[in-house]
Write a protein that binds this ligand. Structure first.
Ligand code: PMP
Length: 355
């Protein structure tokens, strides 16, 4: 490799996604996927679209999907942007909206893709520490900044801000872009979408990967003032003018049409989260209060890395991060009831608590 290319390649430090192993009979609780399949109506729609029209390019404006999302969220289609998963939507938001002379603020414990985008797009970042309870303290964001991005609920802590707190943040920062990344909002947090009408600087990003069980289809979207959406669209059209393939556009619309399935699945995940958190607490873990489809938990006597490695030997995958504030913790995705039981039994055995 020439010196030039090796400098380019070594200068990039990409995001490292959670493992997607091919082992059979795994309890896979490491990447916050849904433990349940998507709505059968999604499968029908994807199949029909693939059978009929795969030879044709998709609609570059994704008009039908944007109309469906607009109707679902009570906004106009001009206020909706769609992309290949919310990661791509976020990438476009970083490129279009978040580069300023003053730094972009985000929490020091948060989604690890944010620093990656900052490096890629040459954005100066400043991280704002969480408080001792691992919560976002909004008063700490009152400092010179070009823009702010927060996940709500935060990841990987799972702790949510109330809509009123997001509104208070927006009231204090009317003059800069504020992005709220709501990848996990459907599991018990309040969306900031109703605030978009009064705050033209607010962009809310959501995904169909988690609560709609469509991680493999790659559908994410943003809702905000039409001017912000236009900025995102210009950046998108400078990379790839087709935001989503035909099966993804069709499947996403079908998912929005099956509200009962969506509500049922997210309710079961919330119930199972309660069981998981209670079981972990019984085993001596401290569990942060989660409004997401995962919990962030630590054991006073066992570091996260060791526990994750021992669970792996028992074919149970969970996520562990390195870093001063998070190394003690495990991030455990909420699975089916059976998966929750298997995880708790494996932990009980590792901790010498029988089971
Ligand atoms: N935001 C947060 C906070 C996430 O944890 C994730 C999932 N890794 C995403 C966005 C991206 O999800 P997707 O690209 O599947 O929509």
């Amino acid at each position: 490799m020439s010196r030039f290319w090796s400098d380019v390649v070594h200068g990039l430090q990409p995001y490292v996604p959670g493992e997607q192993p091919r082992m059979a009979d795994l309890v896979k609780l490491n990447t916050n996927e849904s433990p349940f399949g998507p709505s059968p109506r999604v499968l029908e729609a994807v199949h029909a679209e693939a059978a009929d029209s795969l030879r044709l390019y998709p609609d570059p404006t994704a008009a039908a999907l944007r109309e469906a999302l607009a109707a679902y969220h009570h906004v106009t289609p001009e206020q909706v942007f769609v992309g290949n998963g919310s990661d791509e939507v976020l990438a476009h938001a970083f490129a279009a909206l978040l580069k300023h002379p003053a730094p972009l603020l985000f929490p020091d414990v948060t989604y690890s893709f944010y620093p990656v985008y900052c490096r890629l797009f040459g954005i100066t970042a400043e991280t704002v520490p969480l408080d001792d309870a691992m919560r976002i303290r909004l008063a700490d964001y009152d400092r010179p900044a070009g823009a702010i991005i927060l996940p709500n609920p935060n990841a990987p802590t799972g702790i949510a801000l109330a809509r009123a707190e997001v509104a208070a943040l927006l009231a204090r920062h009317p003059d800069k872009p504020v992005v709220i990344d709501e990848a996990y909002v459907d599991f018990g947090a309040e969306t900031a979408i109703p605030l978009v009408a009064e705050h033209p600087n607010l962009l809310v990003v959501q995904t169909m990967s988690k609560s709609r069980a469509l991680a493999g289809l790659r559908v994410g979207y943003a809702i905000g003032d039409a001017a912000l959406i236009e900025a995102l669209t210009r950046v998108k059209d400078s990379f790839n003018s087709y935001p989503l393939g035909r099966p993804a556009q069709a499947g996403a619309i079908a998912s929005l049409q099956d509200e009962a399935y969506f509500q049922h699945n997210r309710t079961v995940v919330i119930e199972n989260r309660g069981r998981l958190a209670a079981g972990l607490a019984e085993l001596g873990f401290t569990v942060l209060p989660s409004a997401a489809n995962f919990v962030f938990a630590r054991h006073p006597a066992h570091a996260g890395a060791g526990l994750a490695a021992k669970l792996r030997q028992q074919a149970v995958l969970v996520r562990h991060f390195s870093g001063p504030r998070v190394a003690d913790y495990l991030r455990i995705t909420v699975g089916t009831g059976e998966q929750v039981d298997r995880l708790l039994a494996a932990l009980a055995q590792i901790l010498g608590r029988g089971g």
